[in-house]
Design a protein around this ligand. Sequence first.
Ligand code: BTN
Length: 246
Amino acid sequence: MKTSFIGKYRHQFVRLTSTNDWMMNRLSEEDLLEGTIVISNHQTKGRGQRGSSWVSKANESLTFSILLKPTFVKTTEIFGISICVALGIFDCLSSFQSGFKIKWPNDIYFQDKKIGGVLIENVLGKSKCHQSIIGIGLNVNQLHFNHLPNAISLKQIIKEDISIDSLLDRLCKTIEFRYLQLQDFQFTLLKNKYLENLYLFNKKHCYKIFGKLIYGEIVDVMLSGRLQLKLEDGRLCDFDIKEVSF
Ligand code: BTN
């Protein structure tokens, strides 16, 4: 089994449009080893999920991408990658303080505020996943979030300045640990841990489903990554990210 491969090869930049874009462009020119990471002190066109943008302050946040080659993951079970990345980040942050949660599919929350997000871009084959670019954005030392009332940083939580380099090293280790568990067929353990730490799991909450406000509670997440809700009338329904919002 491979160990300490995430972060072994690093490309560091002062400024990039997006670390995910850099990784994707570079891969179109040459092959890179699994575990290669690219970090940028400042992103000018950071991308988020569902076509949103990811805005972060230069030198005060962590923005990086990891290249994984999870060829052992079936395309139908692709959510396993999301689970282990979210858990790896969760483990790392929880070593500072308790109270972090994973918000489906892979946002990282502290109480009701977002501290980080993950953008996963996969290259899928017929039945297996060839390549996965894992883009991670974490609010580390920022104290002000103009126009983002829902954001929080690690410094605001633990009341201390954090070294971005050492946080990156810790994250590489905790994500690798969970990724190796996935490779070692420990999917059930990973999924249970994910659900255990999932924001609003088994709690009644109002969701916007196909534009309508409906009460329900999260009861499961499918292998495909679809969110399963038990609706007020007792029906179990599952949704993808475009169909439901919190
Ligand atoms: C989200 O919460 O919507 C996902 C945000 C992901 C942001 C990271 S920052 C590093 C990487 N490069 C990008 O352009 N996006 C991801």
